[in-house]
Design a protein. Structure first.
Length: 393
């Protein structure tokens, strides 16, 4: 930026729109008065756009009256106007600085500790170990040495083989890897049976310790003893009391019944949407957008994200709620279409409700037809481990 332009920026300059019948005469008169203009642009036959120093603007108004011109400031530039704005908004700027400082301060604090990976260790025990090691909610992040906390907390709980701690914004995420305890640490003084966790038909039984009470092909009820910790002789005289160990596989059953009307009603989105956007600050909502939801029926989807400021995560959370209007529609189904839909719905529910890792070995479907509707029962025949340890009292 040249020296002349620097002076113009410091003094302040304006972009002016001039409407006059004789633009050339107007420009000549301005020049005779010694006023400086630049970036003169002819918009049309009677309109000019130009830039000039702000302290000369009052003089040009006098010329405008003499020539019958209309003048208007289109834009203001330079330090003069910037400082004026800052003076008018000083309380706002001070508040903004205080707000930014508060956000920076709050984002330096651990607000929440999230622990994952612990299946057998109580979360409370890990919290206590972390606190003793120097990590707790409300502490400043820069004062916490993560590797030292990991080592100290791991030493306190023998069942933890490894711990990893990292900061995600104002959260401390603690990932735990539990130690696999060797077989020698099994409590051999504990007396127990293995019982059925559910009804089933025994397909395989291997008793590693204790006395089997059922055999392959037996139908068992939930709670029935499968391997007893009481070992007896052929005359049923107790010889030993121990803890039962073994593997028991059984055929189990899961079923679901669904009904579908031939006059099938379903809901469909209309394409109309509404939104609510708000910030959660200190447990309170500050709405940025708050549409009135006047839909009779709707789907709602919620998205949450942490608010970042200058690269720092803050304890402020942004929530966006999407509302999709729905209306009811209907269609006439054939019996076959209704049967197929009912089977799909039943299977979907079964797969959702069944435990993970179960082997499905067969499927049976029962169909029935009634006035205006169909009824379907889907039966899954599966194989799973039904053994459950029960301590003797």
């Amino acid at each position: 930026m040249g020296g002349k332009k620097v002076r113009e920026f410091i003094a302040g300059f304006v972009t002016v729109k001039v409407e006059v019948l004789n633009p050339e005469k107007f420009i000549n008169m301005v020049s005779r008065y010694g006023m400086v203009m630049w970036d003169i642009e002819r918009v049309n036959f009677t309109t000019l756009k130009l830039k000039m120093r702000y302290d000369q603007y009052r003089k040009i108004k006098t010329i405008a009256r003499k020539t019958g011109a209309k003048i208007k400031i289109v834009n203001k530039h330079g330090a003069h106007f910037i400082f004026n704005k800052l003076r008018r908004r000083k309380f706002f700027i001070i508040g903004l600085i205080i707000f930014a400082a508060a956000i920076f301060y709050l984002s330096s604090i651990v607000w929440k500790i999230e622990i994952t990976g612990n299946k057998n260790i109580e979360t409370r025990r890990i919290y206590e170990a972390l606190k003793k090691a120097g990590l707790s909610e409300g502490k400043f992040k820069h004062s916490i040495k993560l590797r030292e906390v990991e080592n100290a907390a791991t030493k306190q709980i023998n069942e933890i083989s490894m711990m990893n701690i990292r900061f995600i914004g104002t959260y401390a995420k603690v990932e735990v890897v539990e130690r696999t305890m060797p077989p020698s640490l099994i409590q051999r003084d504990k007396k127990s049976n293995i019982i059925a966790s559910k009804d089933g038909k025994i397909t395989r039984i291997i008793a590693l310790q204790g006395q089997p009470k059922v055999k392959e092909g037996d139908i068992v009820k939930k709670g029935e003893i499968l391997i007893s910790g009481i070992v007896t002789d052929k005359n049923n005289v107790p010889l030993n009391i121990t803890y039962a160990m073994g593997e028991i596989k059984a055929e189990t059953w899961y079923d679901c019944t669904e009904e579908i009307n031939l006059d099938y009603k379903y809901e469909i989105r209309t394409g109309q949407t509404k939104q609510k956007i708000y910030l959660i600050i200190g447990g309170k909502r500050v709405y940025l957008k708050n549409d009135r939801i006047n839909f009779g029926k709707y789907d709602k989807i919620e998205e949450k994200s942490a608010v970042s400021l200058a690269g720092f995560d803050t304890p402020i959370e942004k929530v966006t709620e999407y509302y999709f209007e729905k209306v009811e529609n209907s269609v006439k189904l054939s019996y076959e279409e209704a049967y197929q839909m009912a089977i799909e719905k039943a299977e979907e529910k079964l797969k959702k409700d069944m435990p993970q890792g179960i082997k499905i070995i067969d499927k049976k479907v029962e169909k029935s037809k009634e006035e205006g509707k169909v009824k379907v029962r889907v039966l899954y025949i599966s194989e799973e481990d039904i053994g459950e340890e029960q301590e003797m009292k």
